[in-house]
Design a protein around this ligand. Structure first.
Ligand code: TZP
Ligand code: MG
Length: 203
C-alpha cells in the first residue's frame, strides 16, 4: 500500500496502517506531501516501528533525507523528484530505489537501469493524484513487461474489482491508496485485495 493522510478520512493514520498490515499488506510506502521534513521523519519513524512489528518493509516516497534518517528499506522517486544518481550517492549504491515510469522512453534513461523496481504510474487515472500523464491501462503493463525483467509495481485506481486483472496483465505488486486507506475497514479491504492477488497467481 501507499499511504495518504487525507485518504484516511480523519481517522488515525497509524491505526489505518496497522489494520491494513493485519489484513495482509506486505509492503508500505509512506507518502507525505504536506509535512515539513522534521515531522515527516517523526511520522516515518513511527510507521517504521509498526511495519517492523510485522516484518513489513517501509519505503519512503520522494525524500532521500527522510529515507536516510529513518533507515528506510527503500526510497521511491518519481520522474520529477531527485535523480537516481543523487539517490545512490546519498544512500549508497546498494540502497533500494524504485522509479515511477510514466512514459515508455523513460525506461531508457540513464538512471532507470539502477532501479530495483518500476512503478507503472498510473495504470488507471485516479482522483487521488491528478497531475499524471499517461493512463497505462492493462496494455501498458503488458508493453512494459515485454521490455524489462524488473518487478513492476502497479499504481492508480487499483481496487478489489480490478486487482486480479492488473496482476494477470503482468504487475508483480499492487500499490493501493484509497481502496485501503479510505475503506471502512482497511483490514478487510487489504484482505480482499490480497485474496484477488492470490486468485490471479493461482489461476
Ligand atoms: N501515483 C500514481 S497514481 C497515485 C500515485 C501516488 C495515487 C493512487 O491512488 P489510488 O487512490 O490508489 O488511486
Ligand atoms: Mg514523487
Amino acid at each position: 500500500m501507499v499511504t495518504d493522510q487525507k485518504a484516511c478520512l480523519g481517522r488515525d493514520f497509524f491505526w489505518v496502517l496497522e489494520e491494513a498490515i493485519k489484513g495482509g499488506v506486505d509492503l508500505v510506502q509512506i507518502r507525505e506531501k504536506e509535512l515539513f521534513e522534521r515531522d515527516f521523519i517523526t511520522k516515518a519513524q513511527r510507521a517504521k516501528e509498526i511495519c517492523a512489528k510485522y516484518n513489513v518493509p517501509l519505503i519512503v516516497n520522494d525524500s532521500l533525507s527522510v529515507a536516510k534518517a529513518v533507515n528506510a528499506n527503500g526510497v521511491h522517486i518519481g520522474q520529477s523528484d531527485s535523480s537516481m544518481d543523487i539517490a545512490k550517492e546519498l544512500l549508497g549504491e546498494n540502497f533500494p530505489v524504485g522509479l515511477s515510469i510514466e512514459k515508455l522512453h523513460q525506461l531508457e534513461s540513464s538512471g532507470a537501469s539502477k532501479a530495483w523496481y518500476y512503478g507503472v504510474s498510473p495504470v488507471f487515472s485516479t482522483p487521488t493524484k491528478t497531475d499524471t500523464i499517461t493512463e497505462w491501462g492493462l496494455e501498458g503493463i503488458q508493453s512494459i513487461k515485454r521490455i524489462t525483467n524488473k518487478p513492476l509495481v502497479a499504481i492508480g485506481n487499483i481496487k478489489i474489482d480490478n486487482a486480479k486483472q492488473v496482476i494477470e496483465a503482468g504487475a508483480d505488486c499492487l500499490a493501493v491508496v484509497s481502496a485501503i486507506c479510505s475503506a471502512e475497514s482497511p483490514e478487510e479491504a487489504a484482505a480482499s485485495i490480497r485474496n484477488e492477488i492470490e486468485k490471479a497467481i493461482l489461476t
